[in-house]
Write a protein that binds this ligand. Structure first.
Ligand SMILES: Nc1nc(=O)c2c([nH]1)NC[C@@H]1CN(c3ccc(C(=O)N[C@@H](CCC(=O)O)C(=O)O)cc3)C=[N+]21
Ligand SMILES: [Mg+2]
Length: 297
């Protein structure tokens, strides 16, 4: 089998096109547009790329974008004050505070200070709790949501009953991904650094999600013939004798593609869908705050 390559860029563009239509309908009928605030503390390079793409795409979808770039020396109190002022700002429907934050700031405290109704990352305990309860009103973390949307496209007959293995147990990806797959009636196993015989476990997966942040850790012979592979990793690797760093996933792409039915590439897979889902969550959150019906399905 030679895998089909899941085009995350195209899927993200299609979702953003639908969002733009919904935003213009809301504007025409209600005379407001959704607003997203992104807060970046310090100079993490990955976060800077993400913020740049996000601001551009927010505006392209007809939404308002508010960017707050603060120095790495910002105190925890200053950041909490900013979050509280964004909570009170009616033009701001979604708030995202870029992670990681500098060491001297308690990231969990910052997350818990965000109004859960504006928590478009879905990281607030109110939203993680709602997700684990199967509450459809939960704001769902963007990366797992994007992965699920791409997975659904690969299985017209549905994913209920399939074996899913999620490699990685982070609060940002692994755990919410597992919750979403449970809600879809998959049989879900979450693997991590202490898992015994990870290759054999992965070979049981009809759906294999790799979210560990280790370049090309998942090898081709870990992939079951005909599986769908979702690669969440975005690792910058510096090759000897080469000027520019190369982006690679958590999956050895060429090897895995020989056995998978379909696989996401890096770049151009999960990353673009993450941003599109952030915009989607902002539209959904804005509609709830204004108590109007959102026609995104
Ligand atoms: N509160 C918070 N929420 C986040 O969702 C969050 C965050 N903090 N901190 C940083 C990470 C990183 N992240 C990315 C999203 C999209 C791409 C993306 O679109 N990547 C392109 C490649 C971009 C490139 O060339 O570097 C791709 O995969 O095709 C990358 C990285 C979201 N993050
Ligand atoms: Mg996210």
């Amino acid at each position: 089998m030679s895998a089909s390559i899941i085009d995350g860029k195209a899927a993200a563009q299609a979702l953003r096109d639908r969002l733009a239509i919904e935003v213009s309908r809301i504007d025409a009928e209600h005379s407001w547009v959704p607003g997203l605030a992104v807060v970046l503390v310090g100079e993490d390079p990955a976060s800077q790329v993400y913020v740049r793409n996000k601001g551009k795409q927010t505006a392209e979808a007809g939404m308002r974008s508010f960017e707050h770039k603060l120095p790495a020396s910002t105190s925890e109190r200053e950041l909490l004050d900013l979050v509280e002022s964004l909570n009170r700002d009616d033009a701001v429907n979604g708030i995202l505070v870029q992670l990681p934050l500098p060491e001297h700031i308690d990231a969990q405290l910052v997350i818990e200070t965000i109004d859960p109704a504006k928590d478009v990352d879905g990281f607030h305990p109110m939203n993680t709790g709602a997700l684990s309860n199967g509450d459809p009103t939960a704001l769902v973390p963007c990366t797992p949501l994007g992965c699920l949307m791409m997975l659904r496209e690969q299985f017209p007959e549905g994913i209920a009953g399939l074996n899913a293995v999620v490699v990685g147990r982070s609060n940002i990806v692994g755990k919410p991904m597992a919750q979403l797959l449970i809600a879809e009636s998959c049989t879900v196993t979450v693997a991590h650094s202490k898992t015994r015989d990870l290759p054999a476990l992965c070979r049981t997966a009809d759906i294999l999600v790799a979210a560990v942040g280790r370049p090309e850790m998942v090898r081709g012979d870990w992939v079951k013939e005909g599986a769908v592979v979702i690669d969440v990793g975005i690792n910058r690797v510096q090759l000897e004798g080469q000027e520019k760093a190369r982006l690679v996933g958590d999956v050895a792409f060429a090897e895995a593609a020989e056995r998978a039915k379909a696989i996401t590439p890096v770049p151009g897979g999960v990353g673009p869908m993450t941003i599109a889902c952030l915009l989607r969550n902002t539209v959904v959150a804005a509609c709830r705050q204004h108590r109007v019906v959102c026609e995104l399905g």
